[in-house]
Design a protein around this ligand. Structure first.
Ligand code: GDD
Length: 318
């Protein structure tokens, strides 16, 4: 049985990755948590399905000791400060969390002399300022990050390259485009809108749905397709390489909102909230997935319409 360590196991993508790995029944799953971690995303798991270890990734000793204890064959590094607006409110915390966690994992693997393969959850946000003639975006596109979060992901991405070149620490850099689905944190756009609709339907909120920039475009994939891609990345991709993971189709946020609103009979007013606008928003993310598809044969199978409907049902049930 392959030993797999998932950082961010209590989070959105991490919990779906566990669900997927359990269906394969070919690995021993380890995850890390902190004493204040919220565990609701993994509460459906049965005792013994995963082993949790208390670990603070920003602490080199804690990270080293945990990796030394598990000696994982694979690490999926999903833990991060992942909300773009928070990175303007707390830039140094976002940079430290994302970059230092990465360094601590690499250093632990390197110093222990392990042959671990590491999947790095890099991001399409790294592309940032994308010009009209640059879509669909290839991995070779210039990186022009527009937020401290995006800068932190560029750093993680480049560390992956550098640790491979310098030390042969084996990582695959996945530049994930937006992914949505049940259990998505309520601050991210589709989850935020779906939760507002569910709250309005239950009478817990006035019938006004607050929004930010509706003109931005995003290439959305279902999280359940995304985590399958992460596994394929470690099974089939080249060490030190970088791959876009995306559907290759994008929607404006306005279209996303309209698709969600089509699922409710309640009359809802849509209102822009200036507090939801960003100092510099990424206007378009539309990716080219051909490098990853050629290497792995991956295809997304869940339609975006289904993802949105599942998210709305998730919030209604809660
Ligand atoms: N969150 C939010 N809330 N976003 C809104 C809103 C709103 O009310 N209204 C419009 N938007 C717009 C944002 O301005 C942005 O253009 C888009 O919706 C998506 O916002 P988010 O869902 O917050 O995601 P993101 O694109 O900034 O970042 C996500 O995707 C990245 C990959 O591209 C995150 O999951 C990142 O962690 C990830 O790396």
């Amino acid at each position: 049985m392959r030993k797999v360590l998932i950082t961010g196991v209590t989070g959105f993508a991490g919990s779906h990755l566990v669900d997927y790995l359990l269906t394969r029944n070919d690995c021993e799953i380890h995850g890390i948590w902190r004493w204040r971690s919220r565990t609701e995303n993994i509460e459906h798991l049965k005792p013994g399905q995963i082993t949790l270890h208390e670990c603070e990734l920003r602490d080199a000793t804690s990270t080293y000791d945990t990796i030394a204890k598990i000696k994982p064959d694979w690490i999926f590094h999903l833990a991060a400060q992942s909300f773009v607006p928070t990175s303007w409110v707390a830039p140094s915390e976002s940079l430290q969390t994302n970059i230092m966690a990465q360094v601590n994992i690499f250093e632990a693997v390197r110093r222990l002399g392990l042959k671990t393969r590491i999947q790095l959850a890099c991001s399409s946000e790294e592309y940032g300022m994308v010009f009209a003639d640059e879509v669909p975006i290839k991995e070779t596109n210039p990186l022009r990050p527009l937020s401290p979060y995006a800068v932190s992901k560029v750093a993680q991405d480049m560390l992956g390259y550098q640790y491979w070149m310098s030390w042969k620490v084996d990582s695959v850099r996945t530049r994930g485009f937006n992914h949505e689905g049940p259990r998505r944190g309520p601050v991210f756009v589709a989850s935020d809108f779906a939760k507002q609709i569910a709250d309005i339907e239950k009478g817990r909120k006035a019938p006004v749905l607050h929004v930010g920039n509706l003109d931005a475009k995003r290439d959305f994939t279902d999280v359940r397709d995304m985590v399958r891609a992460y596994v394929l990345a470690l099974e089939k991709c080249e060490p030190g390489e970088v791959y876009n993971i995306c559907r290759g189709q994008c929607w404006t946020i306005r279209e996303t909102l309209d698709m969600l609103l089509a699922h409710t009979k309640t009359k809802i007013e849509v209102k822009q909230d200036p507090a939801r606008l960003r100092p510099s928003d990424v206007q378009i993310l539309l990716g080219d997935n051909s490098k990853f598809v050629k290497q792995t044969g991956w295809q997304p199978v869940i339609p975006f319409e289904q993802t949105l409907s599942d998210m709305l049902e998730y919030w209604r049930a809660r």
